[in-house]
Write a protein that binds this ligand. Structure first.
Ligand SMILES: C[S@@+](CC[C@H](N)C(=O)[O-])C[C@H]1O[C@@H](n2cnc3c(N)ncnc32)[C@H](O)[C@@H]1O
Ligand code: SF4
Ligand code: SF4
Length: 374
C-alpha cells in the first residue's frame, strides 16, 4: 500500500463501514445516535495560534462545562450507545485541569466508552493518559523554536516544555508496549498551508518528529478557516487552490515520508482533505451533511453542535444540554431543522471533518441503474 492509500484507510471514509448498524438505520430513514462525540470542556487556551480556527470562540467567552454536567453527559452518551469520546477544543482541554480530564476519562472507561485526547501538549504532564486513551494527538505544528512561535505564538521555553512532555510520554509508551500493557497511540499533528511547500515544512517536520523515540506517527493536515465565522482567519482558504500547488504538497509529503517514515514511525496525511483543496466547490458533490449522524460536538457552552466546525453558531446548534438531555436534543425538531437547513456548499468550511464520509454517502443516496447487479 502506498503512503497515501495508507493514510486514507486510517482517516478516510471507510471506517464508517465498521458501523453498519448505524448506516443501515440511516439508509432506512432513521437517525441513529452518533458513534463518536467530541467533548470540548473549555474554550480557554494557554496558546495563541494565529490561525486557530476557534479563536472567535475565545473572543466570545472562555466558558467551561461544569464538572457535574460533564459527568452526567458522559453517562447520557453511554446510555445512547456512543462508543468514543474525543476530548478536544474549543480551547485547550488540559486547561480544564489535568486531574479533572483524567477523572472524566476514567469515567469513560467505566462506562465502556473509548477516550482520545487532542492537546497542544503544554500540560501533558501525566502518563496516565496512555492507559486511559486509545490515542493522544499533540498539535505540534512546529519543528523548532521559530516555527513554534509562528504556529502557536509560543516562546522558546514553551516549545521545549511541549517537546519534553512529548518525549517523556513517548518513552513511557515504549515501556508500556514492551511490557504488553494497553497503550495509547501517540501522534503529532502538523497543519500546513501554501507556505509549507516553499519552507520545507513537510520535510523538516518529519525529520524532527522522527527523532522522538516512541512517537507512532506524524500527520499532516491542511489549515482551514472555519469558513463561516471568521473570514479573516489567515491560515485558511477562501477558494480552491490551483491544482499544481496541491500537487506540490503531495510531492513534498511523499519526499518527507519516503525519507523519514520507519516501520515504527508513520508519516501520514489527510489525503482526502488535500485532494479537496483544489476541486471546484472543494469537492463537495453533496448539498446535505449526510454523515452528521456519525458524530457530534458538545461545546464548552454546553450546547450540542452538528460538528466541531459549527461551534458557537446558532445555525449549527442542535440543542442546549443545560436544559435538555442528549437524546432529546439529538432527535428534536430543532436538530432536524438544522440538519435540513445546512447546505455544506454554502454554509460550511472547506475540507471539513465529514467531507470524505459525505462524498461516499451521497453516492449511496443517489439512485443507480440496475442496482441489483453487482
Ligand atoms: C482547536 S484545537 C483544540 C485542542 C488543542 N488546543 C489543540 O490545539 O490540539 C483542535 C484541533 O483543531 C486544529 N486546528 C486549529 N486551527 C485549525 C485550522 N485553522 N485549520 C485546521 N485545523 C485547525 C488543531 O490542530 C487541533 O487538531
Ligand atoms: S492550542 Fe489549540 S485551541 Fe489553543 S490556540 Fe492553538 S489550536 Fe487553538
Ligand atoms: S458538512 Fe462539514 S462543516 Fe458542514 S455540518 Fe457537516 S461536518 Fe460540519
Amino acid at each position: 500500500m502506498n503512503p497515501i492509500e495508507q493514510s486514507l484507510s486510517q482517516f478516510g471514509a471507510d471506517k464508517m463501514f465498521r458501523h453498519l448498524d448505524r448506516l443501515a438505520d440511516w439508509q432506512n430513514g432513521r437517525w441513529p445516535f452518533p458513534v463518536t462525540v467530541e467533548l470540548d470542556l473549555t474554550n480557554a487556551c494557554n496558546h495563541h495560534c494565529p490561525d486557530c480556527s476557534f479563536s472567535y470562540l475565545r473572543s466570545q467567552s472562555k466558558e467551561s462545562i461544569p464538572g457535574p454536567l460533564a459527568m452526567s453527559l458522559l453517562a447520557q452518551l453511554s446510555d445512547c450507545g456512543v462508543k468514543a469520546i474525543t476530548f478536544s477544543g474549543g480551547g485547550e482541554p488540559l486547561v480544564y485541569g489535568v486531574d479533572r480530564v483524567l477523572r472524566l476519562m476514567r469515567l469513560c472507561r467505566d462506562l465502556g466508552m473509548d477516550a482520545a485526547l487532542i492537546t497542544n501538549g503544554q500540560r501533558l504532564t501525566s502518563d496516565e493518559f496512555l492507559s486511559l486513551c486509545s490515542w493522544v494527538r499533540v498539535s505540534l505544528d512546529a519543528y523548532d523554536e521559530a516555527t513554534f512561535a509562528r504556529s502557536h505564538g509560543g516562546s522558546p521555553d514553551q516549545f521545549h516544555e511541549v517537546i519534553a512532555n512529548l518525549r517523556r510520554m513517548c518513552a513511557a509508551a515504549l515501556w508500556r508496549k514492551r511490557d504488553s500493557l494497553p497503550c495509547a497511540t501517540v501522534g503529532v499533528g502538523f497543519l500546513t498551508n501554501e507556505r509549507s511547500v516553499y519552507e520545507s515544512d513537510f520535510y523538516e517536520a518529519a525529520r524532527f518528529a522522527a527523532t522522538i523515540d516512541g512517537l507512532d506517527y506524524l500527520q499532516f493536515r491542511p489549515a482551514i478557516t472555519n469558513g463561516v465565522a471568521d473570514p479573516t482567519c489567515c491560515g485558511g482558504m477562501r477558494k480552491p487552490l490551483p491544482k499544481p500547488t496541491v500537487d506540490r504538497m503531495f510531492d513534498a509529503y511523499q519526499e518527507a515520508s519516503e525519507r523519514w517514515a520507519r516501520d515504527d514511525f508513520r508519516v501520514l496525511l489527510s489525503a482526502d482533505k488535500y485532494d479537496a483543496m483544489w476541486r471546484p466547490e472543494f469537492g463537495r458533490t453533496y448539498s446535505n451533511c449526510h454523515g452528521s449522524f456519525l458524530q457530534a460536538t458538545i461545546g464548552a457552552d454546553c450546547r450540542l453542535y452538528i460538528c466541531c466546525h459549527g461551534q458557537g453558531r446558532n445555525e449549527f446548534c442542535l440543542g442546549d444540554l443545560k436544559d435538555q438531555r442528549f437524546s432529546e436534543a439529538w432527535h428534536s425538531d430543532r436538530a432536524r431543522n438544522v440538519r435540513r437547513s445546512i447546505n455544506p456548499q454554502r454554509h460550511c468550511t472547506p475540507c471539513c471533518r465529514l467531507h470524505p464520509q459525505n462524498v461516499v454517502l451521497e453516492k449511496i443516496r443517489q439512485p443507480t441503474t440496475h442496482e441489483a447487479f453487482i
